[in-house]
Design a binder for this molecule. Sequence first.
Ligand code: XUL
Ligand code: CO
Length: 441
Amino acid sequence: MKKATKAFFPDIPKIQYEGPNSRNPLAFKHYNPDEVVEGKTMKEHLRFSVTYWHTIRGQLADMFGVGTALRPWEDGTNSMKMAETRVRVAFEFLEKLGAPFYAFHDRDVAPEGRNLRETNRNLDAIVKILKQEQQRTGVKLLWGTACLFAHPRYVHGAATSCNADVFAYAAAQVKKAIEVTHELKGEGYVFWGGREGYSTLWNTDLKREMEHLARFLHLAVDHKKAIGFKGQFYIEPKPKEPTKHQYDSDAAACLNFLREYDLLKDFKLNLETNHATLAGHTMQHEMEVAIAAGALGSIDANTGDLLLGWDTDQFPTNIYLTTEIMLSILHMGGFTTGGTNFDAKVRRESFEPVDLFYAHIGGMDAFARGLKIAAAIRKDGRLAEFIRQRYASWDTGIGAKIESGKASFKDLEAYMLKRGDITPNTSGRQELLENIINEFI
Ligand code: XUL
Ligand code: CO
């Protein structure tokens, strides 16, 4: 084992790839950053990102108890000095893990001051240090975002608040958050509408709130253009929690909203597995819906617990899940600005710093396996060939006529009157296909 260095994780060495036979818990068994799969390295395919809010700021509190996390560097305050220390912690973690990206909310990295001016000053001071650390390590910002849900001012929402002053405050906050993301050369910026929804419709003007949200996003696009920020804007769907209903409830609802308010050209989706399950969908479903609209941008990689009805944000370990995700990503042609962002936290019971490493190593290995399996399924070709064959009737004859818009209802009636009737002649073969998938898993 290589000798560990540096202050905050003194016993942890740089995590290395040791291959599937390794029994070292602090090594990758499958994530081999330089290994080439379908013409790109794993590092380029997967674009792993660590979240500041969970990994650096998560205290592991729950509704019934205070935080349990042992973080020897924390001094119990949210001072600027502590904020600076956390940047050093974050970048030591990122370096040792070998994750090329991170993501943060404005308030994760710097504390709020007594007013907006002071808060912005705090943020600027920490952004300077983030920038230095990015330059020192080569780690990049996958995306930035603003926390528009924790402070009491956002009790009724931010862009969808009943109070216009709150909209104005949120606009000022997001303006600044986009600017610092730009300053840090972030590859994207996420809008997750944590409280953009309602608890009861008895007090809610739904149409007015949706219009305000659209106005807010248009203003963000205007500002992005004004400052020359070229990163990708994303909306992150989630159906509920903390609200009873969130307007950006799933991929289809987001796409409809973006289309209705003429925002689709400026936004893609950042999809999160646990949000998909809360919406009553699989991640695979959400991905295919987004990809069909040319709007899949990035993913928040985590998983829920099907027996628990809330956002447990667990690290993804299920190879079947990561295979499904990577099949969709490869099919789409890979990420451009997006990546695999671990919006995931260790369990409250996993309170030691080393657990943060085990969690990320497991998630990265699960995705690396998913990538290799997906590539093997694609190389084998049986799945794609089955789907191609299944739709073969659309390639010629009447199918081709319909697809190219050359057949009217009248033509189709004439065609069918001639043919008489149809008997189903192709099985869906779900079981066979599931068996083929399992050959590779
Ligand atoms: C909350 C969630 C957020 C967003 C960023 O469920 O996923 O952390 O990813 O605001
Ligand atoms: Co998320």
